[in-house]
Each structure stands twice: as structure tokens, then as C-alpha cells.
Design a protein around this ligand. Sequence first.
Ligand SMILES: Cc1cc2nc3c(=O)[nH]c(=O)nc-3n(C[C@H](O)[C@H](O)[C@H](O)COP(=O)(O)OP(=O)(O)OC[C@H]3O[C@@H](n4cnc5c(N)ncnc54)[C@H](O)[C@@H]3O)c2cc1C
Length: 486
Amino acid sequence: MQSTHLDVLVVGAGISGIGAGYHLQKECPGKTYAILEARERLGGTWDLFRYPGIRSDSDMYTLGYSFRPWTEAQAIADGPAILKYLRETAEAYGIDRKIRYGLKVERARWSSDQARWTVEAREVSSGRTIELTCGFLFMCAGYYDYDAGYTPELPGKERFRGRIVHPQKWPEDLDYEGKRVVVIGSGATAVTLVPELAKRAAHVTMLQRSPTYVVSAPEEDRIANWLRERLPSKQAYAITRWKNVLRGMAFYAYSRRWPDHAKKFILGEVGKQLGREQTERHFTPTYKPWDQRVCLVPDGDLFASIRSGRASVVTDHIETFTETGLQLKSGEKLEADIVVTATGLQLKFLGGLQMEVDGRAIEPSRTLAYKGMMCSDVPNMALSIGYTNASWTLKCDLTCEYVCRLLNYMDRHGYTQCVPRRNDPNIKESPLIDFSSGYIRRNIDKLPRQGSAVPWKLYQNYALDRVTLRHGKIQDGVMKFSRTGG
Ligand SMILES: Cc1cc2nc3c(=O)[nH]c(=O)nc-3n(C[C@H](O)[C@H](O)[C@H](O)COP(=O)(O)OP(=O)(O)OC[C@H]3O[C@@H](n4cnc5c(N)ncnc54)[C@H](O)[C@@H]3O)c2cc1C
């Protein structure tokens, strides 16, 4: 029989949840835990998205876990390869046996008297609600709505006689061979889809309202592959991981410090692939590099498909759909058989969880994020969210390590409750994420805020977090511990 009380309840079996399972088993071996997953399979993002060409846009030496080397030759990997890596990781450590599938966590109520959460989860197949209790709730539910992606208002779309699809719900039967395809969007998904669709479609047009920074990177990391042939895989992986972390941090720091130089450099590289005119018209954003995520394309595949004539870019606004395509504001018409709305995600914080603490509903946007992983005044709850300027897993690994340290600290001192308390009136608040991307802008008011100083400030800096989360004091004067309940 499955236990209904656990020391730790993890929500979500994607990269973060599987990582949480590994760290809990290794660093808190005495703790019982389970992972509740709404879907019937593990992998999260990497199982959900099935569009052609789906791949990572950061390298796998940093998107992979610190504890499990990525040993494939590709540094930028496709979705199925990432999913295989996640499945194998879960199996190798027996984490797969801890996952309870088909359970969507909807509510959690904290009782300070009992020092435990009562968690309500809905059995997706039957609609029945079950209750579990746990001493610590670890939310690894990602950051977006699994039910549907974001689609802006598309005027006149009912007139269109072709097919409109969203990459989050790619139809298995969609045949685009020989068809005219318009991909609306300019983010990571659009730049991934365009070269892949262009291999078989009659023509693919990427229709964007405004340009994005696009950087080409080698699909294979020659140094990584060289090291792997000469060193044990763990050592080779660790070196490559550090190389890529530092390179990523250096590029980010350079872009923030000298945005004009960085812009010139990025546009110069695009110019070598596409020439000046195309670069100025379609690849020169109005914002600074890293005000939004920079898109990565392996071996310049997007540029190659544009050069070949199989794909093209149009920067314009949609006036209306017509029966046969799109009428643009400039007067131009785009004929299409298929329109792909690569218009992004719908942000969803904590997997939509409703929380109560001692009978009081918690509004996440009224809380302050503690070390980017807990919410002020919410006891015994952490969440795993990654970086916006580097691979997600880098932060998740550190978050898991910190949570395990916290749990072990509480055990050593006999504490049953920990809660970050905002005790400094001089802390100024600002939005949690300093990013101008649409999906952040649309939802920033639903997220916790960040503060102007540690431990409330989010630095988005792996090297710094590695020091503070691994070695910083658990008892920092902000985290309050107590022995209430039993
Ligand atoms: C197309 C795409 C490409 C990306 N590429 C990169 C990349 O290259 N590099 C990078 O760093 N990041 C990338 N990201 C961000 C990416 O989402 C993260 O890297 C990572 O996969 C997130 O892992 P996660 O486990 O935190 O969340 P998810 O992968 O979203 O997994 C969350 C899991 O929680 C489950 N869940 C959610 N709510 C509940 C609930 N209430 N109850 C029970 N279960 C729940 C979901 O079903 C899911 O299985 C990409 C995102 C997308 C959409």
C-alpha cells in the first residue's frame, strides 16, 4: 500500500522533480518521499513538446545534471535524446519507482500546530480527490500551463481554410510535405521549427512582429568530444560543464556591461551568414542583448535554410487572416496551407497550486522570494525554478542541494518548521524576473517579488549561487525555525 504521509512530497516529474528525487535519496537517505505527477509519463517539457525538430537551446553539458554525465556527441540535443536521458536517470537511481502518475496537485494547506501540509491531488483519470500529508512540499512543477500555450488574438482566423496549429499541441497526423507554412513568432520554438519544416515543406515563412537576437553555436562541442575520448566520462563532463558555465556567464556579463559591443558582435555574425540588408531588417532587435533570452541555432541551420530559399523571414503585423493565408498591415499577403502559432507559453506559477497557511490563503504575488526558491511567510515549502540566462538545471541542482541541507539542519536541531520572515523594512521590492519577454511581461504580477538585498535578491548567477547555496549559513536570521507540532 502506498503511504499517505511522506517526509517530502515533490510535485512534478520533469528535470527538476527527477533531480529532487536524486538529491533527496543521496543527501537525506532517511527521508521518505514521493513524486506526484499530473501526466502519465515523466520528462515534463521534454515529453510534452512533440513538434518537428524539438531540441534544447542551451548545451546539454549544463542542461544535464551535475551528477549524471551527458555522453552523447551532440551538445545541442533533440527532444527524444533528452527524454531518454531523463528516463535513464530516473531508472538508474530508482527514482521512477517513487513517481505516482496521473495525480494533479491542486491544494495544499499548512497547519503550524501539526507542522505538516495536507495536500489535495486530483486523480486525472477518475476526477476523484485524494489527500496526502507531508512535512515538506517541494514544488517542481515548471513554469507554464500544460493545458494550452499562449495564442494572441488572431483576427479573422475563422475564415482561414487551412490548418492552424500550436507547437504545444502538435498534431501527430500533420502532413506538411510540399505545403506552404507560415510560422508566427521569433522565439526559440520558431527558430527551431523553421529549418526543420523547410526540409520538406514547399516554403516556410517566419512571420515576426519584431526581431530577436539569434546566435549560432556548433551542434557538437569538439572540446567535449575530445575530452570524452581521453578522460573518464565523469571528469570529461565536469570540465566541459565548467567550460560552458564560464563561457555562458562571460557572454552574459559582457552583453550586460557592453550591450552595444555585444549587439555589434551578434549582428556581425548574422551578417556573415545573411548579409547586411536581411540582418538589419529581420535580426536587429530594438532591445539590448539579454533583455530577452538570446536564441541559439545549431550550426546556423536557420540561416542556411534562409540562404537556400526554402525559408524566409517577414517582419510585419497581421491585419487579418484570409481564406488562403494572411493579410499583413504593410499590404503584403502571405499564402499558406498551414499556420503555426509559435507565440509562446502561458506562465503558470506553482503548477496552479492553491496554498493556505493556517487557514489563510496565500497570494504568491504578495510574497517575497527567499533565495529564489521559497516564499516569505510560507513554511516548509520550496520551489525549483531555473535561470533565465543559463541552463535551468544548474539552478535546480543547487536548489535541491540547499533544500537537503535545510532538511538535515532541521533534523539535527529537532525543528519541524522553517519559514523565511521578512524582517527588514528597508528592503525594496522589484519584479522577480528582469526580462522583457512577452510571457514574463504578461504574467509578472502573478509571481512573487524579489527584494533589493540578500537573501531576497535573485542574482541569476550560477557561480555566486554555488557559493551561497552550498556553503552559506542556513541560520541567517531571516529563516525562522520552530519546534511547534509533532
Ligand atoms: C520547447 C522548450 C525548450 C526549452 N529548452 C530549454 C533549454 O534548452 N535550456 C533550458 O535551460 N531550458 C529550456 N526550456 C525550459 C524548460 O522548461 C526547462 O529546461 C526544464 O525542462 C523545466 O523542467 P521542470 O522539471 O522544472 O519543469 P517541466 O519540464 O515543465 O516539468 C514539470 C512537471 O510538473 C508536472 N506538473 C505541473 N503542475 C503539476 C501539478 N499541479 N500537479 C502534478 N504535477 C504537475 C508537469 O506535468 C510536468 O511533468 C525549454 C522549454 C521549452 C518549452
